[in-house]
Design a protein around this ligand. Structure first.
Ligand code: SF4
Length: 438
């Protein structure tokens, strides 16, 4: 047993895998523990407790989690090992069986780590605490700063959509959120802490408001009314929830950036049906046209999954033709991974692993061409760049309002400041544009 008096100065190592939501949640856990006297371990120190927040979006994600647990176990052999997150919710027994794991906490239990640590019997291995996910209704708003400059504000959790390939509703439960007032207060706290840019994050962000009788558009308007110098981005929004009203609002907002990240998942209507997505390719194309009409310089990133069950060669080729017609800037390409408990497993047709890889490569090439073509149209424009702490010793990186990656010789005084620059030509690696100070 650990007793409360031993918490003071206990050293904790945190390790987070997966999405920005996980990072925001780890940060909230870290805040809870530091309020109780725990200290974040420094490089080279031995931790008393390791907390690993896992992801389970693909088999590779599961594999990386197991690797991280084993690695931390080797580095901190005497630490209490706590594993939480999506993998812990979905496969607690698998994790509990890993050598060195002391405590496995599900989605609802991760914000009560302290009480479980209090009661932990360290003589036993792999203690599991995990509620049935569909009963989980708690929501903890949380916010984290990444290792660059941006803050990620978790505004929503869970999903009610149950797309046939996705385990997220099984790992994170039903859609839920805090109130607009609480969410705005959290954003204000981040701004007071020095945030210049906040990304609104969620599992199905546009579904915000379901559990409080509010809606995402009202949240956007409330955040936009904050008086501070602040930029907001919407991390990702389902096409059916991205209303024309919201696009129009972003087009005229000083705070919400002209940047959209929209999951398409497939450019074939047949595959969209197999996935149980809630729109057609025609609807999606119309959405893109609306954005481009209202905000011609908007950056639009689009998610696509290749090689799902039922995606024949012909359907992939159709999807590819459709995607090439879209006036977008980047594709985020994912290869399908079979997940236990999903409806898609009932479909007979399977795409081989090498073919999934080939399709992914084809789309990556299409994406690169789209990004370069978009960047070319922006050369010579005067833009505001928020400079990040990231640099390669020589150059620092920042992003424009419309998410163009820009570079300038490193100057630490510029970190987390906005600067007006003119976009010049390509950098050496062709992945960013060089900025010229006005
Ligand atoms: S919308 Fe579909 S893909 Fe996205 S989290 Fe929900 S179920 Fe998963």
């Amino acid at each position: 047993m650990i007793d409360n008096t031993q918490f003071n100065n206990k050293k904790v190592a945190y390790h987070t895998l997966g999405c920005k939501l996980n990072f925001a949640e780890t940060s909230a856990i870290g805040k809870q523990l530091s309020d109780e006297g725990f200290i974040k371990v420094k490089a080279g120190e031995q931790a008393d407790i390791c907390i690993i927040n896992t992801c389970s979006v693909t088999d590779t994600a599961d594999h990386k989690c197991r690797q991280a647990i084993n690695r931390l176990n080797r580095i901190h052999p005497n630490a209490i090992m706590v594993v939480t997150g999506c993998y812990a919710q979905l496969k607690p027994n698998e994790i509990a069986a890993i050598q060195g794991v002391d405590l496995v906490l599900g989605a609802n239990e991760k914000f009560n780590i302290l009480s479980y640590l209090n009661k932990l019997d360290t003589e036993k291995n792999g203690e599991i605490h995990r509620d049935e996910i569909l009963k989980v209704t708690d929501f903890k708003p949380s916010c984290s700063r990444d290792d660059r400059t941006r803050y990620f504000l978790k505004v929503q959790d869970g999903c009610d959509y149950f797309c046939t390939y996705c385990t997220i509703p099984l790992a994170r439960g039903r859609s839920r959120n805090a109130s607009i007032a609480e969410t705005v207060a959290m954003a204000q706290q981040a701004i007071d802490d020095g945030a210049k840019e906040i990304v609104l994050s969620g599992v199905n962000t546009g579904d915000f408001g379901k559990s409080t009788g509010e809606n995402f558009f009202d949240l956007v308007k409330a955040l936009d009314a904050l008086p501070n110098e602040i930029r907001f981005r919407i991390s990702s929004i389902e096409p059916n929830l991205l209303t024309d009203e919201l696009i129009d609002f972003v087009a005229h907002s000083q705070h919400f950036m002209p940047h959209f990240h929209i999951p398409l998942q497939s450019g074939s209507n047949e595959v969209l049906k197999l996935m149980k997505r809630r729109y057609t390719t025609e609807f999606f194309a119309e959405k893109i046209n609306t954005i481009k009409k209202m905000i011609p310089h908007a950056f639009i990133g689009v998610d696509v999954i290749v090689g799902v069950k039922g995606e024949t060669n012909e359907l992939f080729e159709n999807a590819l033709d459709f995607i090439k017609t879209l006036d977008i800037c980047q594709l985020h390409v994912f290869s399908y991974s079979e997940r236990a408990g999903t409806k898609m497993l009932e479909i007979e047709h399977t795409v081989s692993t090498p073919e999934r890889k080939r399709r992914s490569e084809v789309l990556h090439t299409v994406s690169d061409k789209m990004t370069y073509a978009f960047y070319e149209t922006q050369i010579g424009k005067t833009v505001q760049v928020l400079w990040e702490s990231r640099h390669n010793g020589e150059n620092m990186v920042g992003f424009t309002e419309n998410y163009i990656r820009a570079e300038l010789p490193f100057d630490k005084n510029k970190v987390n400041t906005l600067q007006s620059v003119v976009l010049g030509d390509w950098n050496n690696e062709m992945s960013a544009l060089k900025a010229n100070i006005q």
